[in-house]
Write a new protein. Structure first.
Ligand SMILES: Nc1ncnc2c1ncn2[C@@H]1O[C@H](COP(=O)(O)OP(=O)(O)OP(=O)(O)O)[C@@H](O)[C@H]1O
Ligand SMILES: [Mg+2]
Lengths: 544, 371
């Protein structure tokens, strides 16, 4: 009773003259019975009109859930939402859109075969007597794009666009629906550094035009760059809100993880030994049969990390698939410990000591439909430890799962746990536990920290340096320049399926490497040719 | 956490159970339209399908007899589905298995038991090869297995019709039958009055074998991983192609075995309309049985009992068309497809019930755990 009165009084009180709160989320609680997770635990968040508000926190902290609730995709178990000081009920994204809320999801929701204009105007197409007016549609989109300084070609099809452009379409789509409050969920996770720069400029520009922006990210540098204030979530709870100008990056990291985080990796100098892996003049085609990797040669020695930098889509995916045995090579040879393995299967390569951390842990690296134990043995179920006369030894699998959980501190997991209930960071730890246990001789790590929080990134980096120090050879492929430069002992830059050059990570500047990534050669270097090291001649293969 | 897993497990049973009940409720409405009391009708159906008045006149034994081929074709579908192949070729593999058994049943001259075993093994090989072909076509040429298995069902049935009408035809009567098989080829029967016998034991052995194969053996692990996520399997070093082909062979062998047992355990000869639909029903059994061997075991008995009860209890005693049995089964499958409806409903009810009893709900428990 009394509480109701208090609420009513609060409601009538003007929100103060200082600054209006565009959004207030009060005491939001959300429990997911299907995964037994309390994703939001009494979360309160206020967002001022016209600010860029960063929302950060570890994987699984509950950021996306909170925003999904605000956008009407989930119903909270309790709590209330105020927009411009008015309590509102948001049952469906339509309600949110009517309130001027727009959301760009972590995973885009565009129709690949539609044009940009068709996607932006989807469901709100201009029409006359029920007939669509395509010309007007394109014109309206062009107008909108120009208004906001986000040029696009209305007739281009989504499936032909780079990710950065798709994201721009998502933003325009929200703006066309007159979004005043724009939620961007990890918008930079999939972008190239150049695209990130452009996006941050767009965000600042939108804020200047009075839009309110909620910006979810794992990259604290971006928070520093673009946000006015930040709020930190951890384990479903709101830890606090700070002014960005008054908070240092290490402080933000500490708030997120609850302990101090080593942002700078300290590692011993490498002690490279013999060549473990060598690719000699290999050519690989992509799914549509076009050459994606062209005459690449390189080698990796034991005890070193070879980094491959490059803007995504320059053949890295195909290169990794070919090296790991998932995709056939069209030409050239692959040598592993002196043996020609060009035509060997994935299983045979793995048996000889190859490990692979794939770029997509959800689709490739893990089987979300089964449990931890079965996920952890896919590369070792044929070993006698796990296999007696063709039967799986369940107790050994269970023991290995318990070991992995402990060794790699996979939080909130126990043997038999379903993988799908784990957060992104913990999923990646499962992949690491599987790939890095059992003394691999050669580890391929493709975008190993994509979408991970600072604490998890630190863990992944530490693990990779550790296997290097155990004298394994590591091939690191990443679009994150900082990651490549801080981890690698040598760096190759890939551009359009070829090696554009090799640089020394200790001396190279970001500008220099950026030039190579963009396809220009370094001033002073004569060639940008592929082969960097002499590759030993293949021995005639002896099949064991 | 434990509480949650327990609830999950309960759901696996509760969902099919609720589907069965919903199917019966709708059937009750249909029965009312025939001017019968649904309660009386269900009583008749139950007595005729699952009752047992004496050991010599036990309807339940006939139900078990009829459940045998459904169990095997259901297992056949389970193995194919679990390796990621949507094979609906059980009908054709069943027909070829039956044809093999009908022929070898009189053509071979072997001592008892040995004769039956040889027949079953031969039928499994034939059925297996007939499943292997669409598997290879899928893996090597990427031809959709749904289409190839449908086409191959047609072919198999036509082969059976031809063989019964010409090479294997035993007499000049109006309907063509193959010769009755030798005594040595027949499977043992437990009780006079029905053909319930050794075939049922073999089916149970197959249920256990499929369970151990899929969940305990390395090849079974490969198959399930390939079925759940072929990219993951490829990445991990599993040969997807081999797993799929192996799954299709085993699936075909089980359906072929079903055909053989139906011949050497029940009918002893075949005509051109031999046991149509048993293969397709196997698909339904697998789906209602949650694509699990133990589920298949229970659902096969349920389906056989409902079918028999509808035929004897409803049609003969009450004059309700026996197609009602088929309708009930179809309804049950329909309701299983609406699984999400139940799982959501069940957890909602649980919350409300806990609230009503003043107990803590899952939400509250979880919140306390966090504190
Ligand atoms: N639809 C759902 N059903 C069940 N559990 C869910 C669902 N959505 C999220 N969860 C769980 O809720 C928790 C919070 O997830 P959420 O996606 O909000 O995290 P996040 O902070 O966005 O993490 P990330 O940075 O990895 O995107 C996680 O443990 C997740 O597994
Ligand atoms: Mg998220």
């Amino acid at each position: 009773m009394r509480r109701d009165i208090v609420k009513a009084v609060l409601r009538r009180t003007p929100c103060g003259n200082l600054m209006a709160n565009a959004v207030e989320l009060r005491n939001i609680t959300k429990y997911f019975p299907s995964s037994n997770v309390l994703a939001n635990n009494d979360v309160t968040l206020s967002i001022t009109e016209g600010e860029v508000h960063a929302l950060v926190g570890e994987n699984g902290a509950g950021k996306t859930t909170l925003m999904n609730i605000f956008y009407g995709l989930h119903r909270p178990d309790s709590g209330e939402i105020l927009v411009n000081g008015q309590p509102v009920e948001i049952h469906h994204p339509d309600d949110a859109i009517k309130l001027g809320i727009g959301m760009v999801h972590q995973h885009f929701k565009l129709v690949p075969s539609f044009t940009i204009a068709e996607n932006i105007m989807l469901g709100i197409e201009p029409n006359q007597y029920g007939m669509l007016k395509k010309k007007d549609e394109a014109e309206m989109v062009r107008q909108l794009a120009n208004d906001f300084g986000l040029p696009v070609d209305p007739y281009a099809r989504i499936r032909d666009l780079p990710v950065g452009m798709q994201q721009r379409v998502e933003i325009l789509k929200a703006l066309q629906r007159e979004a005043k409050i724009l939620i961007l969920d990890e918008p930079t996770a999939v972008l190239t550094p150049q695209e990130v720069k452009e996006l941050l400029a767009v965000v600042r520009n939108l804020a200047q035009r009075g839009r309110t922006i909620i910006f979810i990210t794992h990259k604290l540098v971006e928070v520093k760059d673009v946000a006015d204030r930040l709020s930190v979530m951890r384990d479903g709870k709101m830890i606090g809100t700070r002014t960005v100008a008054e908070t240092s990056i290490p402080d933000m990291a500490r708030m997120m993880v609850g302990r101090s985080v080593l942002l700078e990796l300290d590692k011993k100098p490498a002690t490279p030994g013999e060549v473990v892996f060598a690719a000699d003049n290999i050519t690989v085609t992509d799914a549509s049969g076009l050459p994606a990797v062209r005459h690449i040669s390189f080698s990796v020695r034991e005890g070193e990390i070879l980094g491959i930098a490059g803007v995504s889509g320059n053949g890295q995916t195909e290169l990794v698939e070919a090296i790991s045995g998932m995709r056939p090579v069209e030409g050239g040879t692959i040598l592993f410990q002196g043996k020609d393995i060009t035509r060997r299967t994935v299983g045979e390569r793995r048996k000889q000591g190859m490990a692979h951390i794939p770029e997509d842990r959800i689709k490739i690296g893990l089987n979300l439909e089964t449990n931890l134990d079965e996920n952890l043995v896919v590369n070792r179920y044929k070993l006698p430890e796990f296999n007696r006369l063709g039967f799986m030894i369940l107790s050994a699998m269970k023991r290995f799962a318990a070991f992995a959980v402990k060794q790699f501190s996979i939080a909130a997991a126990q043997p038999g746990e379903m993988i799908a209930t784990l957060s992104g960071g913990n999923m990646q730890k499962v992949v690491l536990a599987r790939e890095l246990s059992g003394e691999p001789k050669f580890v391929i790590a493709n975008q190993p920290t994509r979408g991970l929080d600072v604490g998890s990134i630190e863990f992944v980096h530490r693990s990779l340096v550790d296997v290097r120090d155990r004298q394994a050879a590591v091939l690191l492929i990443s679009v994150e320049l900082d990651e490549i430069l801080s981890l690698s002992d040598r760096v190759l830059v890939m551009y359009r399926g070829t090696v554009a050059g090799e640089v020394d990570p200790t001396t190279v500047t970001k500008e220099e490497i950026g030039l190579l990534m963009g396809g220009s050669s370094l001033p002073g270097t004569a060639t940008s040719a592929g082969s960097v090291q002499a590759v030993p001649k293949p021995q005639k293969e002896v099949v064991a | 956490m434990d509480n949650y897993h327990r609830q999950q497990r309960v759901n696996t049973f509760l969902v099919p159970l609720l589907a069965v009940i919903s199917g019966l409720v709708v059937a009750a409405v249909l029965i009312i339209f025939t001017d019968n009391s649904p309660f009386a009708a269900f009583e008749e159906l139950f007595k005729a399908g699952f009752g047992c008045s004496s050991l010599n006149r036990c309807a339940f034994f006939t139900t078990l007899e009829r459940a045998t081929p459904l169990m095997l074709t259901g297992l056949s579908a389970v193995v194919a589905f679990r390796s990621g192949m949507f094979s609906i070729g059980q009908e054709g593999q069943f027909a070829l298995g039956a044809l093999t058994a009908a022929w070898l049943g009189f053509a071979l001259d072997l001592p008892p038991v040995v004769h039956a075993i040889v027949i079953m093994l031969a039928a499994m090989v034939i059925g297996g090869i007939y499943g292997w072909i669409p598997g290879v076509l899928k893996v090597k040429l990427n031809i959709n297995e749904v289409i190839t298995t449908i086409v191959m069902n047609e072919i198999a049935v036509l082969v059976l019709v031809y063989m019964v009408n010409f090479p294997l035809r035993a007499d000049r009567g109006t309907t063509a039958y193959s010769p009755v098989i030798d005594e040595t080829a027949k499977l043992m029967i437990f009780m006079p009055g029905s053909k319930w016998g050794m075939g049922f034991v073999i089916a149970i052995a197959a249920v256990l074998a499929v369970y151990f194969y899929l969940w305990r053996s390395a090849p079974g692990y490969e198959q399930r991983m390939a079925g759940q996520s072929s990219l993951f399997a490829l990445f991990g070093g599993i040969r997807n192609d081999r797993a799929a082909i192996r799954g299709m062979f085993i699936s075909g062998a089980l359906a072929g075995l079903a055909g053989a047992i139906e011949v050497i355990g029940v009918h002893y000869r075949i005509n051109q309309d031999f046991a149509p639909g048993l293969g397709f029903t196997g698909l339904s059994v697998a789906i209602l049985g949650q694509v699990h061997p133990f589920g298949v075991f229970l659902v096969a008995i349920l389906f056989a009992g409902v079918g028999l009860g509808a035929q004897l209890g409803l049609q003969i005693n009450l004059g309700i068309p026996r197609e009602l049995g088929g309708t009930v089964i179809a309804l049950m499958i329909l309701f299983v497809a609406a699984e999400k409806f139940y799982t959501d409903g069940i957890s909602g009810l649980r919350e409300r019930w806990a609230h009503f009893r003043g107990q803590k709900t899952a939400v509250e428990l979880a919140m306390e755990e966090r504190e």
